[in-house]
Design a protein around this ligand. Structure first.
Ligand SMILES: O=c1ccn([C@H]2C[C@H](O)[C@@H](COP(=O)(O)OP(=O)(O)OP(=O)(O)O)O2)c(=O)[nH]1
Length: 198
């Protein structure tokens, strides 16, 4: 299966009338191109992988991007998927969007998975694999109350407004659940390494 083209050089995006926010960046890989916005109005700048790999159908990998950041306090960066990779190759980000905290100084990594049922996907060094959206984020203070104020939606969710022709499959009624088969990895069972899927 073919891959996305290499990194695009492009103008750095800034909202009209607003200066871009300066973000300190360190190249972990000295050859990696700086993340760049492909078009002036783009929300995300492309991240590349510094490691080539092949993912078989259903496989996942944690890919290095060769960059680390120091985001200003009050900001976070979100690692989003690329729609082209998703549509053409079935590549998703397992934890989309990945959250990069302002205090994180490590290399940004991208957790990709190949959802195509038949074709392997090949990533080459410096292929664009994800996009990084930098945003301001609010800190909240939770105030516990006995009753929440009413709203029009109230507790409706999870498809309460309809509009989709979902299947009738009852996963809960499957003959034997994964839990019954013990065919799972327990969340929290291994606190030493969150990266066992590599
Ligand atoms: O797609 C991602 C998601 C996260 N990170 C980095 C930046 C982030 O600040 C840090 C921790 O991410 P997160 O909070 O999502 O991970 P966690 O599983 O909750 O781990 P921790 O206990 O270290 O917070 O890992 C990435 O490089 N890529």
């Amino acid at each position: 299966m073919d891959n996305e083209a290499g990194p695009a050089a492009g103008p750095q995006a800034a909202a009209p009338g607003r200066a871009p926010v300066e973000v300190l960046l360190r190249r972990v890989d000295p050859e990696v191109p700086l993340p760049s916005y492909a078009h002036p109005g783009d929300a995300g700048c492309d991240l590349v992988t510094t490691e080539g790999t092949v993912l078989a159908p259903g496989e996942r990998a944690v890919l290095p991007t060769g960059v680390s950041l120091a985001l200003p306090e009050g900001y976070a960066a979100f690692v989003h998927p690329r729609s082209g990779l998703a549509a053409r190759c079935g590549v998703c980000l397992v934890n989309a969007p990945g959250t990069v905290d302002a205090g994180y100084r490590g290399e940004i990594k991208v957790i990709v998975a190949n959802l195509d049922p038949r074709e392997s996907v090949r990533f080459e060094r410096f292929d664009r694999i994800a996009q990084l959206v930098v945003q301001q984020v609010e800190k909240v203070r939770f105030r516990e109350v006995d009753e929440l104020p009413g709203s029009e939606r109230a507790t409706g969710g999870f498809g309460s407004t309809g509009g989709h022709a979902g299947g009738t499959r009852q996963t809960a009624a499957a003959p034997q659940t994964a839990a019954q088969q013990k065919d799972y990895v327990a969340v929290g069972a291994d606190r030493a390494s969150d990266l066992r899927g590599q």
